[in-house]
Design a protein around this ligand. Sequence first.
Ligand SMILES: [Fe+2]
Length: 139
Amino acid sequence: MNTDLLMKRKQDLYALLKSQHEAEMNEMNHYMSVLSSMNNVVIKNYIHKLLDDGLRHIEYISSMMTAIEGASSSLNLTKQGTINSINEEKQSKDLLLKCVSLADDIETKSLLKSIIVDEEHHIKILEHIEELVSTYPES
Ligand SMILES: [Fe+2]
């Protein structure tokens, strides 16, 4: 095959992967939004399974897209990206703390506090990732 044709095939593949990436994101959004209204444990488990698979598919498709783009993907894990994520997690935590102070029933308060504990853990995980990313050789 000549170079132009190979290039065209790559571009077409990239465009389709991009559409599929978007489709998987939309599906996941939909599954997440119906999850809270589900009371049936079996259906809930199935939806969790669909979400798990969707996340894995998005990961695979993203790697394929990065491979086509070349190494210089802006979506790489960078120190600055990790610092931004830490700030986002901290903002989530602050927002949830405000929710706790406005919530009047005990169950809502308790669930919100459990999410805050998770967010604090996410911050610690990201701080460790930041440490690990800092030790990468500059590319
Ligand atoms: Fe989080």
